[in-house]
Design a protein around this ligand. Sequence first.
Ligand code: FES
Ligand code: FES
Length: 157
Amino acid sequence: MARLLDVLRRDLGLTGSKEGCGEGECGACTVLLNNEAVCSCLVPLFQVEGASITTIEGLSHEAGALASPEKVSRLQQVFAEEGGAQCGACTPGMIVTIHALLERHPQPTRAQVREYVSGTLCRCTGYERIFRAVEVLTGQRPPEGVPDAHVPGGKRE
Ligand code: FES
Ligand code: FES
């Protein structure tokens, strides 16, 4: 039986959603199904007939334009600036999950962010940079940026 993730990646070429575990454990494949964050690896295609589906590609200002910096969403931009994305394996699922959170809680507490992202595994950041990115985005702390490798002690502009 075809899964939503397979159709998105293989048939529609929307490869932003990643396959990690394939068992609903890692959250790398998260998409919005009728504005709810779901693991697309667990969703059989027949369940989405007539539903609204948004992938990471759809969260950029212009679908399919992620390579263009001016067209990524502010959330994606802050993730990059604050080090919320490192290897990037979890990042699409993380961004989609946090987008769903912000739709419901525009000023989320750290506990709310922690709870929302608890099903999306990140091996790189320790989550601190992810929490920080959300807090910067929502005006709860000033931006810091991450040290620029080319400018010792420097910050990204
Ligand atoms: S690939 Fe879907 S949850 Fe891991
Ligand atoms: S940035 Fe590498 S797994 Fe999250």
